[in-house]
Ligand binder design. Sequence first.
Ligand SMILES: *[C@@H]1O[C@H](CO)[C@@H](O)[C@H](O)[C@H]1NC(C)=O
Length: 351
Amino acid sequence: MALSLYHHSILLSCFLLLKTGVHVESKRVPAIIVFGDSTVDAGNNNPLPTISKSNFAPYGRDLEGGKATGRFSNGRIATDFISEAFGNKPLVPAYLDSSYGIEDFATGVTFASAGTGFDNKTAAVTSVIPLWKEVEYFKDYKTRLATLLGRKAAAETIRDAVYIISIGTNDFAINYFALPDRSLHFTLEEYENFLIGIANNFMVELYRLGARKISLGGLPPIGCLPIIRTLDPGHACIEEFNTLARKFDLKLKSLAAKLRGELQGSKVVFSNIYYQAMDVIQKPSLYGFENVKNGCCGSGRFEVSYLCHRSNPLTCKDASKYAFWDSVHPSEKLHFIVANNMMKTSLAEFV
Ligand SMILES: *[C@@H]1O[C@H](CO)[C@@H](O)[C@H](O)[C@H]1NC(C)=O
């Protein structure tokens, strides 16, 4: 009897799986709301005078219509897959993309800006949107949402939405280690704690504005980004940067746990992406990758933003064989793997 019930439930699960595919049907998450940098930007930098852009070919070549939206990838990015996994739309639009309106943003929106960081001075390096300004846009969004849906329904959307935060790499890669200012005034440890303080205030502010389900994303294995590998003669990962990422991740993880305890009714989680990305880099064939050291675009060693352009004859034919699309950013396939892992781990409780 027990056995047949067991079989019955396996059959039932198989049936449900067939019916719903990889999607998780859910009514509890009306929107995905995103803050951060190029890992989760979908075109907010397009109208800005900055070099941190990707709204030109070959970016987006594997999106429907081959459209370069401002996503730093050949196709969709992790937050698009996460939105879809929650039963929502397959693309999370950028708040500053004028081809979308508040009706679109009501079910998901990204305020992220490529090149930005926790630190105001990081955004200033390439004249992009600082994190505090992303929050200002979110406040504007809340006002428009209330006009669209009515105050009560808008407040429910804000409360039930899942907030995805992905930011921090640039504070180290294009600020602390690249420019003298912060490194003259802060030891690395002090700078990390300075960033954690900003992250703390930022999340308390989101909570105050109505957010409850918040995912604070960790850093990737920075030392294995193709552009960082160029620092090593044999193109090995630079362990110093990976150690930094793991160490900072521990601080972000503690911060998430602390805030979850302090902010009543909140569900703050830490999303570790480091170990999933590292598994891909260490066992590429397990995931169907042929190259995890170079980006698909151009030589794959230096090309990012304007250096990744359509006429480069070296650009690979099939980006799904590459973990990285350009010298800094994941291919659509790695974005999918990371999103899928988050759905099974940190985001599982929001399903
Ligand atoms: C960043 O800039 C904003 C706007 O000027 C300011 O309100 C905020 O205090 C700054 N953050 C830090 C940590 O200096």
